[in-house]
Structures are given as C-alpha cells and as structure tokens.
Design a protein around this ligand. Structure first.
Ligand SMILES: [Zn+2]
Length: 83
C-alpha cells in the first residue's frame, strides 16, 4: 500500500504505511520523508484518521510515562512539606 504525501522540502513523496504514524490525541500524523529523512507533521482529522487506519497505519495515543518509585517518594515529601 503506497501513500502519497507532501514534504515541505521535497514535494510529493511516496510512503508505505510503515512510514506513517498517526497521533490520535494530537490530531496529526507524522511520516519520515524517504528523500530528506526529515520528520513531517501533518494535521489530521476524523476522515484522514479513518482512511489511515483502514490502510493499516499505526495509531499512537499520548501516554504519560509510568510513575517511578522516585516520583512517588518526591510526591510524598511534597505532601509532608505542605502539612
Ligand atoms: Zn523531504
């Protein structure tokens, strides 16, 4: 499956579904340009999202990094300081 997209420096480029990542929460998709190897961000909408998903593009949601024990300790210290 080939996707045609526009790179700001190279113009029209051909991509495969593996080159594209959909960022659902940020309403954009990103691809790595096969010509200049630059990352290109494009705005997305529900329609584009549906099309990209249908052809097998990976979708990513924004995830917070998991809390570490250090984060918990720091949080507890801050709580102690407040009381
Ligand atoms: Zn390019």
């Amino acid at each position: 499956m080939t996707i045609t997209a526009t790179c700001p420096s190279c113009g029209l480029v051909s991509l495969t579904t593996a080159d594209v990542t959909l960022y659902v929460d940020q309403q954009k998709y990103r691809f790595q340009c096969p010509c200049c190897r630059g990352d290109v961000d494009k705005p997305s909408n529900r329609r584009i999202e549906a099309v990209l998903r249908a052809i097998g593009v990976r979708a990513k949601r924004f995830d917070w990094p998991p809390l570490t024990l250090e984060d918990v300790e720091r949080f507890r210290e801050q709580l102690n300081e407040m009381t």
